[in-house]
Write a protein that binds this ligand. Structure first.
Ligand SMILES: Cc1cc2nc3c(=O)[nH]c(=O)nc-3n(C[C@H](O)[C@H](O)[C@H](O)COP(=O)(O)OP(=O)(O)OC[C@H]3O[C@@H](n4cnc5c(N)ncnc54)[C@H](O)[C@@H]3O)c2cc1C
Length: 471
């Protein structure tokens, strides 16, 4: 192999974003990927039956569409097309109705009864100020360019989602809607910062939509790899790096790894103090995921659910709070909060004619071996009677299976580590992307801004490597 300037270990969206950033700066880059398929958390496969194209990990790509780095790349040229569902999100209730997040703030608010004005104030304001906030929300902590906007946002974002929902909204439906969006953060909703997830993800529904790549998440990865190739970079799949000692010499090595696999690969090179801080890095709850091949669309009782790409299946705010608290404290949620995506209502390319797929997961205690399939399906049946009769085949992944698919996701923690107050600002240590070893960096979702398919961790880590090389 010709000697590269930089090596990236791992081909997740952050690894590929790092590789592209370095290649744009004229560096020759090689990416090594352990698995046979490229893309880490952004991959698709026929998990159930031939012709049914499921997303193994990420399904909804609002963060990719909103990413200040990814949106600068000519990915459409390489086949990436985002599909926007008619409605972004539906949240059904036991009375057969649903709250719906539309692309428009006003249209969404119109369905929220007495919370109409409060919703417009909250999300209308956020959407307007987003251009001033996005760098702070999707990057490392730096001196803010717009301190007033950031302070106003920060004061809300730092609050527990449950408290913010109860203080801003009076309708049970709006409270449940906001709480469930916030629960994407994989923390109990009485924790500081959980409102931040609800605010950022809620704003993205209005800003760019909760979009999906036509054909599935793999199409985003394929477009990134194709663009990297035009810049002279290459990806070597099915090549697990066990130790840095295996690598040819390079100016920089960027690891798309969370701390535990990073320690396995680089531990012997690291000073003991830094190693200990990485050992203290905390992983959070796990995920139990199900993919279905379906004979027809999901028969939701609330018709609005059929307009939405994503459906939050759980009922009231109290139920979401209970489900997340249980998963966090090691108890198996009996009525789990289920995040469900139904791509084929908007993208017929992913299943044979007339057939459908659905993707869903719920949070469970880290490493849980509980079989959540009956509980997840019972929750869906609750709001879509007859769902089970439409199932042609299922694929099920518990936390151990999820970690087996991707070494970064310890005990099924799809966030590559808890995103609480401490690990938000110092992720994975106060050094963020840098390490005490010259030329060695971490570029995974275990660095700012954390979880999601946005590539920003990779972009910032690569920027740091380029700056260090110039110094
Ligand atoms: C079930 C699930 C659902 C999700 N849903 C969404 C969603 O809808 N929207 C969203 O935005 N995000 C979602 N995410 C999160 C998102 O996928 C991740 O945050 C994102 O992929 C992180 O990217 P990354 O590049 O940091 O790491 P990863 O995507 O984890 O990639 C790391 C890569 O490194 C490779 N690797 C590990 N060890 C080695 C080694 N020793 N040698 C070589 N290669 C190695 C891995 O195989 C992997 O390919 C989901 C994740 C999961 C698991």
């Amino acid at each position: 192999m010709p000697q590269p300037d930089a090596i990236v270990i791992g081909s997740g969206p952050n690894g590929l974003a790092a590789a592209i950033t370095l290649a744009q700066a004229g560096w020759k880059v090689t990416v090594f990927e352990a698995e046979r398929t490229i893309g880490g958390g952004a991959r698709s496969a026929e998990l159930t039956l031939p012709g049914f194209q499921h997303d193994i990990c990420s399904a909804v790509h609002a963060m990719a569409a909103a990413s200040p780095f990814l949106r600068t790349l000519p990915l459409q040229k390489y086949g990436l097309e985002f599909i926007e569902p008619e409605a972004q999100l539906a949240h059904p209730f036991d009375d057969g109705t649903a709250a719906v997040v539309e692309r428009s703030v006003e249209q969404t608010a119109a369905g929220l009864g007495r919370d109409r004005a409060a919703y417009v104030r909250l999300f209308g304001g956020l959407v307007r100020s987003w251009p001033r906030l996005e760098r702070a929300a999707l990057g490392p902590v730096t001196w803010p360019r717009y301190p007033v906007s950031l302070a106003a946002f920060g004061l809300r974002a730092l609050r527990p989602a449950e408290r913010l929902a109860r203080s801003l909204f009076v309708e049970q439906r709006t409270r449940a809607l906001f709480g469930a969006i916030s629960a994407h953060g994989m923390l109990p909703l009485d924790r500081s910062l959980t409102a931040g997830f609800g605010l950022v993800l809620g704003a993205m529904a209005h800003l760019v939509g909760w979009v999906m790549p036509r054909g599935g998440a793999q199409k985003l990865t394929d477009a990134l790899v194709a663009h990297l190739a035009t810049l002279g970079g290459e990806v070597v799949a099915n090549h697990r790096i066990a130790s840095l000692d295996e690598l040819p010499p390079a100016r920089a090595v960027l690891c798309d790894l969370s701390p535990r696999p990073f320690l396995r690969v680089a531990g012997q090179r690291l000073p003991s103090g830094y190693r200990r801080s990485l050992e203290r890095y905390r992983y959070g709850m796990g995920v139990f995921k199900v993919d279905w091949a379906l004979d027809g669309p999901i028969p939701w009782r609330a018709g609005e659910c059929a307009r939405a790409g994503t459906v939050h299946v759980c009922g009231t705010l109290e139920e979401v709070v209970q489900s997340e608290r249980n998963a966090w404290t090691g108890l198996v949620p009996e009525r789990p909060f289920v995040l469900l995506v139904q791509p084929t209502l908007f993208d017929s390319s992913r299943a044979p004619a007339g057939k459908h797929i659905a993707w869903a997961y719920c949070h469970v205690p880290a490493g849980s071996t509980a079989d959540m399939l009956p509980r997840i399906e019972a929750q869906i049946e609750r709001f879509a009677p007859g769902f089970r009769d439409r199932v042609l085949a299922r694929s099920v992944m518990n936390p151990a299976d999820i970690e087996a698919h991707n070494a970064n996701l310890i005990a099924g923690d799809i966030g590559s580590g808890v995103v609480d107050l401490r690990q938000f600002f110092t992720r994975p240590t106060w050094r963020t992307y840098s390490t005490p070893v010259r030329g060695l960096y971490i570029c995974s979702a275990a660095t700012p801004p954390g979880v999601g398919v946005h590539g920003m961790c990779g972009y910032f880590a690569a920027q740091r490597a380029i700056a260090d090389a110039r110094a």
